[in-house]
Design a protein around this ligand. Structure first.
Ligand code: HMH
Length: 221
């Protein structure tokens, strides 16, 4: 045993795609202070739509955790994730009004629609808990990694965007992502090969969809 969990191995194996998702030009532009505010506004409106679709997905992972594992701490970690989405939706509304964005008028762009249908496909009871929780981890980890990067000491993130970055880049969320990663590693270690392969494919698909999601911020510039 080399001590590395399956997730850490996958992140290494797929380093270029992982980096494309977590060091996207949009994130780099926040970090170096050159971010175009219309891009930020577009991302914010699209992400609100995404998070609304993310809630039932996370609820479905919670249900799978209750049915497929006897480890009660799994359920608690999923429930923590669901609870923080409650605050997140309120935060989006507050942030949107600060930037003068009308969320009810925001139309989902095609990359967002694709991502939301992917989430829907993972909600099926045919999808194993191990596969669904891998997706959950990847979705959260991309945001945690990306926004924590914008808050590093040498970053030039504009003051008015720091609160947004801290939403996902804060230490507590980082620790919660680590708890989720431990669950995923534990599940993958015990899973049959076929499930591990499915989980790896889902991990890669999440990374691709995240890249396309960030790309939307550039539409029309
Ligand atoms: C597109 N990925 C996207 N939006 C989010 N809010 C997260 C991940 C993390 O919750």
């Amino acid at each position: 045993k080399d001590g590395l969990g399956v997730i850490a191995k996958w992140v290494k194996k797929h380093a270029s795609l992982y980096e494309a998702a977590t060091r996207h030009p949009f994130i780099e532009s926040i970090r170096n202070g050159t971010v175009d505010i219309s891009s930020f506004r577009r991302w914010l409106g699209q992400d609100y739509i995404f998070v609304r679709a993310f809630v039932p997905f996370v609820a479905s992972v919670l249900v799978k955790a209750c049915n497929e594992t006897d480890d009660s701490s799994d359920m608690e970690v999923m429930l923590g994730g669901l609870a923080s989405l409650n605050d997140e939706l309120a935060w989006f509304k507050k942030e949107a009004s600060k930037w003068g964005i009308t969320l009810s008028d925001t139309v989902p762009l095609s990359a967002n629609i694709r991502y939301c249908s992917f989430l829907k496909s993972l909600m099926s009871s045919e999808v194993e808990y191990t596969v669904a929780v891998t997706a959950f981890w990847a979705i959260e980890a991309v945001y945690q990694d990306s926004f924590a990067y914008c808050l590093e000491e040498d970053s030039k993130t504009p003051e008015e965007l720091k609160e947004t970055c801290a939403r996902w880049g804060n230490e507590e969320f980082g620790e919660w992502c680590c708890s989720l990663e431990e669950i995923v590693n534990r599940r993958l270690q015990k899973a049959p090969d076929e499930v591990v392969q499915k989980a790896e494919a889902v991990f890669l698909r999440v990374l691709e969809l995240e890249v396309e999601f960030w790309d939307m911020s550039r539409v029309g510039i």
